[in-house]
Design a protein around this ligand. Structure first.
Ligand SMILES: [Fe+2]
Ligand SMILES: [Fe+2]
Length: 365
């Protein structure tokens, strides 16, 4: 073969590849390096949103957004700049802040997306699931599993703010984003106490609870007591004292697509780096510290959100003298149930990454 012939073949092959693409065919030989990557080519970056920015937006949304005039919920998502097209905080999960003003009722609806709610401000508002009201206090966690009717009300004198997290981006990926608005009469009529009288340590003998995921409140006081009781244990080298919220009927994660955790990083604690196939969202409750994600340092404090993409090296540190506490949401159950779960410790040196730069968060400008 002459050089000229080789050159001609290259040109012909390139033309052939391009024509294949025009005909909606993919030449695997042209994309082979991408297809056989040793690490997944994750298409989005780690990111952090500061509390100052979020507070500002909550305040203005409270003044400008009227539930009657548009939308059933006064909420906004923390959207990864690489995932705006799917409104994702990660590729599977969306986190949002929601504000319910005194006297407001957010009408019932249901959707195929699973959701959790973690209260950050205010007490005494309620969420009703299938009509059963749960009254919520700061740092309580409640669930609205797939296709369950839910509505919210704030009968108190003060605004209530909570974190919503949904598997909505995952639903969209599955092309299964069902939603149904409803009226109060649709939304179920279970009385207060319906769940607690059926899934406690004593249970009725003549009937069983009708759902797989019970409508329980995970009270913060109990979670905080458990974190404290375990604070002198060694904990995880990668996550400190990390507790998972579990389903009291079936064990396992709280929802089929989402796991929730409470994390305590003790004064001076510096965790080692690892990476996982799950994506994770952290909401900081207490303490100032930092996490290094793929070599970039993210400084965090109370009220900040940050997220970690799949297979990103990450490590957390609490250099201060007080506790750092995070509420954490991950898509781990998707990965474990589909046998996609992998985890790896950072292989180099003392298990810590070099920090190449510090993330510059946005302020409201
Ligand atoms: Fe909802
Ligand atoms: Fe981790």
């Amino acid at each position: 073969m002459t050089a000229a012939t080789g050159h001609n073949i290259d040109r012909e092959l390139e033309r052939f590849n391009n024509r294949m693409v025009e005909h909606n065919l993919t030449p695997t030989w042209a994309y082979y390096p991408e297809l056989v990557a040793m690490a997944p080519p994750v298409a989005y970056r780690p990111y952090l949103w500061k509390a100052g920015l979020l507070d500002r937006v909550v305040g203005t949304a409270g003044e400008l957004v009227d539930l009657e005039r548009g939308g059933e919920r006064r909420s906004f998502e923390v959207v990864n700049p690489d995932l705006r097209h799917i409104h994702g905080t990660t590729h599977t999960l969306g986190a949002a802040l929601q504000l319910v003003q005194p006297g407001e009722i957010a009408p019932p609806h249901r959707h195929l997306a699973n959701a959790i709610r973690f209260i950050v401000k205010g007490r005494g508002s309620y969420t009703a699931v299938e009509g059963e009201r749960l009254y919520m206090e700061e740092r309580d966690l409640i669930l609205t599993p797939t296709w369950m009717w839910h509505e919210h009300g704030n009968e108190t004198e003060a605004p209530v703010v909570w974190v919503d997290a949904l598997d909505y981006p995952f639903n969209k990926l599955m092309q299964l984003s069902f939603f149904q608005p409803g009226a109060s009469e649709d939304a179920g009529s279970r009385p207060i106490g319906f769940t607690s009288s059926r899934v406690g340590l004593v249970r009725p003998t003549w009937t069983s609870y009708p759902d797989e995921i019970p409508n329980v409140t995970y009270k913060w006081e109990e979670t905080a007591n458990t974190l404290n009781a375990l604070r002198d244990e060694e904990g995880s080298p990668y996550d400190g004292i990390l507790l998972e919220y579990v389903n009291p009927i079936q064990e396992g994660s709280v929802l089929p697509t989402m796991a929730c955790y409470a994390q305590l990083l003790r004064p001076g604690e510096r965790c080692k780096a690892h990476r996982q196939t799950s994506s994770t969202i952290h909401y900081v409750l207490d303490g100032e510290g930092y996490s290094v994600i793929n070599g970039v340092r993210f400084d965090w404090g109370p009220g900040d959100f940050f997220m970690i993409p799949p297979w990103a090296w990450h490590e957390h540190a609490n250099p201060g003298g007080g506790d750092a506490v995070h509420f954490v949401i991950s898509d781990t159950p998707i990965m474990t149930s589909l046998k996609l779960w992998r985890e790896e410790p950072y292989p180099e040196g003392d298990g810590h990454q070099e920090t190449a730069e510090t993330f510059a968060p946005l302020t409201w400008s």
